[in-house]
Design a protein. Sequence first.
Length: 664
Amino acid sequence: MRTMVRWGVLVWAGLLAIANVPRAEASSDAPQWMHALVGATLPSYDEKTEAVVLYSDTTVTVLSEDKIRTHVRAVYKILRPEGRGRGTVWIDFGRTTKISGLHGWCIPSQGKDYEVKDKDAIETSASEGFEVFTDVRRKVLHIPAPDPGNIVGYEYEIEEQPFWLQDEWEIQGLDPVRESHYALQLPAGWVFKTSWISYPEIKPDENGGRLQWTARDVAGIRPEWDMPSWHGLAGQMIVSFFPSGGSSRKNEFANWEDMGRWYASLISARMNPSEPIKQEVATLTASKAGRLQKMQAVAAFLQHDIRYVEISLGIGGWQPHAAPDVFAHRYGDCKDKATLMRTMLRELGVDSYQVAINTKRGSVTHDTPAHNAFNHVILAIKLPDDVNDSSLIAVVAHPKLGRLLFFDPTNEVTPFGEIGGYLQANYGLLIAPEGGELVELPQQASSTNSIQRVGKLKLEPNGTLSGEVEELRVGDQAWSERWRLRTITNDKDRIKPIEDLLGGSLANFQIVKASLLNLTLTSKPFGFDYSFQSANYAKQAGNLLLVRPRVLGVKARGLLETKEPRKFPVEFEGPSRDTDKFDIALPPGFVVDELPPPTDVDYSFASYHSKTAAEGNVLHYERNIEIKELSVPLDKVEQLKKFYRMVAGDERNTVVLKAGGAAH
C-alpha cells in the first residue's frame, strides 16, 4: 500500500551527495520576499539544531472536484553542516500532476546569490524498493551552496487531480519554525472542516472567501531513541472540503465512516473468485479435517506462495488488484494479498474485512481525526462459532461483528493466530461495507514473545569457560531471526546471530558447534543450539576467581542516560518476557566465597528478577525480565532509568570463588 502523502512540501532532511551536483553560477538576486528574511530574528533553537524555517507558505486553490492547485514557498537558514539537506527539494508527482514555476535560491552570508530553475532539476522514480513498476515520479532540485550561515529557499506550483478532497498542513517538523502560513481558496458554496493533531486550534483569517491560518515560533521536534511515532507527535491541521450538495465522486472524508466507505468502494469489485482460485482452495483444504486447519492452509499459501511485490499505477496505489490477477501472477502488495485471502476465505464460508493501519504504532491514535495516515493493509477475520483454539491469540470481541482475528498475510514468519508487536495496541481502520471504524488491535501477553535461554557450562581453574547453550524463541523474537535468515543458505553465515550474541557478552570466544531449530516451521519455537569456549572468562586475583554468573545476553539500556531531559514517552517494540538460566560447574578445589545479592524490581511497565545460588559444585544463575506495557509516560521515565540501572548492576555482578578452604 502506498503511503498517503500530500503532493506538497517534501523536503528531504537527510544529507544527499551534494558535492557531486553541479553548482549554478552566481545569478541575479533572489526574490525580494526571500531577501526580506535575511535579517529576521531566528526562532528559539539549541546547539544541535541543523536548520530553522524562516518562512513557509502553502496556498491551496480548489478549482473543482477534479482539480486542485497548490503554490508553495519555503525559506531555511542553515545552521550546521548536517542541515545541508534542506537545500534539496523533492516533489513526488503522477501522470495527472503538473509542476510549474520551480525555482531555488541561495543567499550566501557573503557574495552573490545563486539561482537554479526547473531545467536544472532531475527526474527519478519514486520507488521505495519493493515496487516492480510505479508511475509516481520524483523531481529533485539541488540548491547550490546550502552551507552553514547561508539562506536557501524555493518556490513551485502544482496542479493535480486529487483522489480525495482533503489536505494536510504540516505545521511542525524537525526544524524550529519562525513563521508558517496555510491558505485555502474554495469555490463558491463549498464548505470546509478542520481537525488538529498535537497542536492547538488556530482560527483562520478570512478575506474574500480566502482562508488563511498562521503559526509562529513553532518548536522543532528533537528525535529521541524509542520515541513514539513522528506522525502522532508533529503538529498538523487536517482540512477536508465539501462541494455544495456533496461530491459526485464520493471522496469526502468527514469521518472514519466516510473514509471506510471510500476504501470499500475500491475493494468490492476486486473479490470475484476465478475457477483457478476455487480449485486452489479445494486442493489446499482437501486433507484438512476442521475449518481452522483449512484457514491455516489458506494463510500459509498467502504467506509463502504469493510474493510481496508492488505495482502502483494511479489509483492502484490505494486500490487492490483483482484477486484473480494476483492469484495468476503469484505476487502482490499488502492490499493485494489481503484481497486474495478474503476471496479464498469466502470459499470456506468465512467472512473477513480489510484493515488499513500504520506499521509505526502511534501514527494513529483514538483521538486522531479521519485522514489518510496509513501505510499497510491487514485482515480482520470473523471467526466462525466452531473455530476455537489456544493458538488464536490476536482476537478481539467486536460488539457487532463478533470475534475478530487480526492477521497480516504479508508477514511471512508470524504464525496464523498472532500479530507482530508493530500491530499490537495499534489503531487501524476496519473497512466494512457499511463504512469504516477506527479499532484498537489487541496487545498479546508478554509470554507470547520470549527468549528462553539455558546454558550448561563448565569453568576451568585457568578461567576458561565452555559448554552448551540452547535458546528457544517465540513471537517477534522468533520472526525477527527467521526473517534475517530466510534467504541465507551458507552455514557460516547462518550462525552470525550466535556470533553477534557471544560477541556482545564475551571478550573472546570460539564456537565449537552450532545449529538452528525450526527455521521454517513457524508454528513451532525457533531456536539456536550451540556450544562455545571462552578463554580467561573468570579473572584471577591471587587464589581467587571472579566469575560473572550472567554469562550471555545484555538487557540493560542507556537510552535515558543523556544530559537533556526526556521530552517524549518511551515506546517498546512489543510486550516480552525473557529468561536466562546458567549452570556453571566449578573447577576442582574451588568453593564459593561470596555471592551477589538477588535483584528484584517491579514497576507497572516492566519487572526484573535475578538470583545466584551455589548447590554443591554448581553455580546457578537465573533471571527473567518482562516488558508489560508498550509505552512509558514521561512521569515514569525516572523509574525506567532506575530500572535499567538496576539491570545493568546485576549484569555486572560477580561471584568470588576461593581455592581451597570452606565456603562462606
